[in-house]
Every structure is written in structure tokens, then in C-alpha cells.
Ligand binder design. Structure first.
Ligand code: FES
Length: 116
């Protein structure tokens, strides 16, 4: 079961730990269930409002972060969070970007920190 730590520089004292109930749940859904004030609008990977920084805090050797959806790639590029070169390197390394859209990222069985 994945432990997700939500943290924000604006709410330093309000780090929230949440456990993902299933592996079909998005980071945004988990945040809303736990009353984490992540900004969002479209909930469909279009607007980029829900951009978050995700890092693995798991001791597993194998990273589990899922691949970016096509919408995420496009929006994150528009936001200037990732470059085409970084996108290509991610495919080579088989590792996701640290920048994700909370409404698109599915929580895997990996402990992560989500900065919003
Ligand atoms: Fe619009 Fe996630 S809420 S991209």
C-alpha cells in the first residue's frame, strides 16, 4: 500500500500522509479525499492547474512511477516544466518526470512525496 506525503511550502506545518486505497486512484482524487488544497480546474489533463512535483521516498530499488500520459507531456511542455530532450531521456531511462499533473497521475505501489 502506497504512502503518499503531501507537502507545500505555503503550509509547512500541514504535511498530510495519505494511503492510496487502490491503484486506479489519481493523486488529485487522493488529495481531495484528504482535504489537501491542491489547485485544479479541468480534472482532465488540459489546463495544467494541478501541476505537482513528485519524488519517490520508497526504499525499493525499482522505481514504479507510471509513464506520463500524452496530455501530461503536452501540458508540462507548455508550462515549461519539461523539455523535449528531457521527455526523450525519460523514455530511455524508463522513469517519469518529477513534474506531474495530479489529475492524471495514478498512484502506484510506491511511497511518494507530492509537493503542491
Ligand atoms: Fe486541469 Fe489537472 S486539473 S490539468
Amino acid at each position: 500500500m502506497a504512502l503518499v506525503t503531501f507537502t507545500s511550502p505555503e503550509y509547512r506545518d500541514k504535511t498530510v500522509y495519505a494511503v492510496a486505497g487502490s491503484h486506479t486512484q489519481t493523486v488529485l482524487k487522493l488529495a481531495l479525499e484528504n482535504k489537501i488544497p491542491i489547485n485544479f480546474e479541468c480534472e482532465d489533463g488540459e489546463c495544467g492547474t494541478c501541476v505537482v512535483k513528485v519524488s519517490s521516498i520508497d526504499n525499493k530499488l525499482q522505481r514504479m512511477g507510471g509513464p506520463l500520459t500524452e496530455k501530461e507531456k503536452s501540458v508540462l511542455k507548455q508550462l515549461g516544466k519539461i523539455t523535449q530532450a528531457e521527455l526523450e531521456q525519460m523514455i530511455v531511462d524508463d522513469l517519469p518526470s518529477e513534474w506531474r499533473l495530479a489529475c492524471q497521475m495514478i498512484v502506484r505501489d510506491e511511497d511518494i512525496r507530492v509537493e503542491y
